[in-house]
Design a protein around this ligand. Structure first.
Ligand SMILES: *Cc1c(COP(=O)(O)O)cnc(C)c1O
Length: 351
């Protein structure tokens, strides 16, 4: 085919999302870190009451209703909040607004695979700095790389570890570019970095309703930063980037903190149990402040186990890349799902 595309787009690989089998498939789905519990009943009640009039009109361009609700929950003014079509869109906005050829995107590895894809679209230079084996933040190297944008997922995927607030503070104070703290898994963690947005003009914290709030299908995420920083991001967003349904349902969901926290408490209890059960089978299990576990099987057969589990309708995530190709990332399911997983693995390891 003729070269219709920019050379960087021609050269880049597509992002490979986790497998999303069609609805109705009988499967235990532990590959995309979805919440195993249904969304808040309050959110579902709002969804049932949406009528044609909601759809006939354009939505609020900045998600005003959601910003008000999030403002109350987070204790920040509503003009410190940007709402997006999933936090993936917000990550993309930062890269679009801040990078071009010659401007760098920097992050520690391994981490969320989407960062490289979004950077390549923009032909930004990417600097990947390895985490140590025990996932200590390579602070000096990150600062020295001098990114226009530096991404830190905390808690990180696929490792599950948290970067301490103090390390993040040091990083923010030494960077001349923007520090994005991607808190997609914050609802399962012991601490969060929200206070840093008040201390540093170059920090933006990203959150999502996909994991903690059981709304991955809705596509709603939000970022918190000072209004001047957000102003630059608003310039590059689509006029109506969040639809009316997502805004209304998401507003009810974030207002229902009690439900979200109760689900997160169940997930965290199940996470501890699953870690113990897998360790008993000989797996090495990394400490996790998320709703998934990074594990290394005892017989160095991660890809085999991934395939065999899939054949038995249990999906987990396998990353064929250095450092991860001997490991699996397993979403914490309900206790019943986790037990089926453990029983299946017990059989597979005996063979
Ligand atoms: C899931 C995830 C996101 C994206 O979530 P959205 O569904 O786009 O809101 C962002 N960052 C990390 C690290 C994630 O795991």
């Amino acid at each position: 085919m003729s070269n219709y595309f920019r050379s960087n787009v021609d050269a880049m690989a597509s992002y490979v999302p986790g497998e999303q089998p069609p609805r109705g498939t009988q499967i235990i789905k532990l590959n995309s870190n979805e919440n195993p519990y249904p969304p808040s009943p309050m959110a579902l009640a709002v969804l049932r009451n949406i009528d044609g009039e909601w759809l006939r009109r354009y939505p609020e361009p900045f998600g005003g209703q959601f910003r008000q609700a999030a403002s109350k929950v987070l204790g920040v003014p509503s003009d410190w909040i940007i709402v997006g079509n999933g936090s993936d869109e917000l990550l993309n906005l930062v890269i679009r607004a801040c990078t071009e050829p010659g401007r760098k995107v920097v992050y520690p590895m391994p981490t969320y695979v989407l960062y490289v894809t979004l950077s390549q679209m923009q032909a930004a230079e990417v600097v990947e700095i390895p985490y140590s084996e025990d996932y200590k933040l390579p602070l000096e190297e990150l600062v020295a790389a001098n990114g226009a944008v530096t991404f830190i997922a905390s808690p990180n995927s696929p490792s599950g570890h948290v970067v301490s607030i103090n390390e993040l503070r040091k990083l923010a104070s030494q960077l001349s570019g923007i520090l994005v703290i991607d808190e997609a898994y914050v609802d399962f963690a012991a601490e969060n970095a929200l206070d840093l947005v008040k201390e540093f003009e170059n920090v933006i914290v990203m959150r999502t309703l996909s994991k903690g709030y059981s709304l991955a299908g809705l596509r709603l995420g939000f970022g918190i930063a000072n209004p001047q920083l957000l102003h630059g991001l608003f310039k590059v967003k689509d006029s109506y980037n969040i639809d009316a349904i997502a805004c209304a349902v998401g507003t009810a969901a974030i207002t229902d903190q009690a439900y979200k926290n109760a689900c997160a408490a169940k997930v965290k209890a199940s996470r501890t149990q699953l870690a113990t059960d897998l360790q008993k089978l000989g797996f090495q299990v990394w400490d996790s402040q998320t709703n998934f576990l990074l594990v290394q099987p005892p017989q160095d057969n991660a890809e085999y186990l991934y395939q065999k589990l899939k054949a038995q309708n249990i999906l987990v995530r396998y990353f064929p890349q250095p450092r991860l190709d001997n490991k699996l990332r397993i979403t914490v399911g309900t206790d019943e799902q986790n037990q089926i997983l453990v029983e299946t693995l017990t059989h597979l390891l005996r063979k």
